[in-house]
Write a protein that binds this ligand. Structure first.
Ligand SMILES: [Zn+2]
Length: 90
């Protein structure tokens, strides 16, 4: 038995019976503690269809290169003064 968070604001149809699933769980967070999180904050979540008991996994899909927009990219980190003036400090 593991802890998990609830995922809100996401709906998908069960691929087997077509029932709309709106209650999901995720274990993506480092310290899962039965919080409710928005689906945009996690990459993976899952649900058990209440009707047909199919286990459905949802995974964030990155876009293929031809669909990527300039705004899909952002600064991940920076390295200051990586190539100049490494003479002082340390
Ligand atoms: Zn189903």
């Amino acid at each position: 038995m593991g802890a998990f968070d609830f995922v809100r604001d996401y709906a998908a149809d069960c691929p087997k019976c077509g029932r709309q699933i709106v209650e999901w769980q995720t274990k993506d967070n480092v310290l899962p503690y039965l919080n409710t999180v928005g689906f945009r904050t996690v990459d993976n979540f899952s649900a058990l269809c209440p009707d047909c008991k199919t286990l459905i996994f949802i995974k964030f899909r990155t876009k293929p290169p031809e669909q990527r927009e300039h705004s899909d990219y952002g600064v991940a980190f920076v390295v200051y003064r990586a190539v100049e003036d490494q003479d002082d400090e340390c």
